[in-house]
Design a protein around this ligand. Structure first.
Ligand SMILES: NC(=O)c1ccc[n+]([C@@H]2O[C@H](COP(=O)([O-])OP(=O)(O)OC[C@H]3O[C@@H](n4cnc5c(N)ncnc54)[C@H](OP(=O)(O)O)[C@@H]3O)[C@@H](O)[C@H]2O)c1
Length: 253
C-alpha cells in the first residue's frame, strides 16, 4: 500500500507522476495506491482525481486551496493525514514562472512570485516535516528547478525562490534523516507543460512530463537526495556554476 499526498496536483508534472506511480504499482495492483490531492482550481482537480480513479487508484480524496497563503497549510496537512491515515510520499509541485521584466518593474509582484515559489513551499515543508517526524518514516519530494543553481539575469526572481527552497531542503534533509524520513530535491530543466507554453525553448533540451515523471518516481523510490531531470542538466548546471563571475555577468543567460 502507498499513500501519496500531492500539492499542486493539477500541474502537468504532478499528474504525470501520479499516473506513473499507478503504472509502477501495476503488479501489486493500482488499488494499492491512495492519493490525497491538493490544488487551487476545482475543475482540473476533479478531472485529475477522476483520471486516477479510472486508472484504478485505491482511493482519491481532494482539497482546494490557494497554496500562496501559508495560514491554511497546517489544516491542509492535518486533513490529508486524516484521509490517508499515514503519509508514505509527499510531492510538492505547485509553482509559477514569473514574467521577469514585469517583476523588475513591480517589486511587489516579485515578492508575490517569490512567496508562491519560495516561502509557501518552505512553510509547507516545515509543517510536513513535523508530521513525518512523528510518523518516523516516509519521503517528501519537492520540485525546485535548475534555475535555483545560479541566479541568471533572465529569471533571477524565480531562481532565487527555488534556491531558497533547495537550501532549506539541504538542511531539512539532515534533520529528517535522524527521524527516518527522506527528502528529495527534484530539479527539472525545460519541460513541455502549460508553464512553458509559448516560450521559445531549444527543442532538443525540452522533455515531456511523462519522461521526467519516470525519472522523478524512480528517484523518489530510490531515495535520491538531489535529482536533475533529465540527468544531462547536472552537467549543464555544473558548467554554469563554475563560470567565473567576471565572465558570467557579461553573458545574457
Ligand atoms: N515546466 C518546466 O520547464 C519546469 C522546469 C523546472 C521546474 N518546474 C517546476 O515544476 C513544478 C510543476 O510545474 P509544471 O511545469 O507542471 O507547470 P504547470 O502545469 O503550469 O503547473 C503549475 C501548477 O502550480 C499550481 N499553482 C500555481 N500557483 C498556485 C497557488 N498559489 N496555489 C496552488 N496551486 C498553484 C497551478 O495551479 P493553477 O492551475 O490553479 O494555476 C498548476 O497546477 C513547478 O514547481 C515548476 O516551478 C517546471
Amino acid at each position: 500500500m502507498k499513500r501519496i499526498l500531492v500539492f499542486g496536483a493539477t500541474s502537468a508534472i504532478a499528474r504525470a507522476c501520479c499516473r506513473r506511480w499507478l503504472e509502477v504499482a501495476a503488479q501489486e495492483g493500482p488499488d494499492s495506491v491512495h492519493f490525497h490531492l491538493v490544488a487551487r482550481a476545482p475543475e482540473p482537480l476533479e478531472q485529475t482525481a477522476s483520471d486516477l480513479r479510472a486508472r484504478g487508484a485505491g482511493s482519491v480524496t481532494t482539497q482546494c486551496a490557494d497554496l500562496a497563503d501559508p495560514a491554511g497549510h497546517l489544516a491542509l496537512v492535518q486533513a490529508a493525514l486524516r484521509d490517508l491515515g499515514e503519509i508514505d510520499r509527499v510531492l510538492i509541485a505547485h509553482g509559477t514562472l514569473p514574467d521577469q521584466a514585469a517583476c523588475e518593474r513591480d517589486p511587489d509582484l516579485a515578492l508575490r512570485e517569490f512567496a508562491v515559489n519560495g516561502t509557501s513551499v518552505i512553510a509547507l515543508l516545515l509543517h510536513l516535516a513535523n508530521v513525518m517526524t512523528d510518523q518516523g518514516r516516509g519521503t517528501i519530494a519537492v520540485i525546485t528547478s535548475v534555475a535555483g543553481d545560479r541566479g541568471r539575469p533572465s529569471n533571477y526572481v524565480y531562481g532565487s525562490a527555488k534556491a531558497a527552497v533547495s537550501t532549506c531542503c539541504e538542511g531539512l534533509r539532515a534533520r529528517l534523516f535522524r527521524a527516518g524520513v527522506h527528502l528529495i530535491d527534484i530539479r527539472p530543466g525545460f519541460v513541455d507543460t502549460p508553464m512553458t507554453a509559448g516560450l521559445a525553448l531549444p527543442r532538443a533540451l525540452v522533455a515531456t512530463p511523462e519522461q521526467v515523471a519516470r525519472r522523478i518516481v524512480q528517484g523518489i523510490e530510490r531515495q535520491r537526495n538531489v535529482l536533475y531531470v533529465p540527468p544531462f542538466w547536472a552537467l549543464i548546471l555544473w558548467v554554469i556554476r563554475v563560470l567565473p563571475r567576471p565572465l558570467f555577468k557579461r553573458l545574457s543567460l
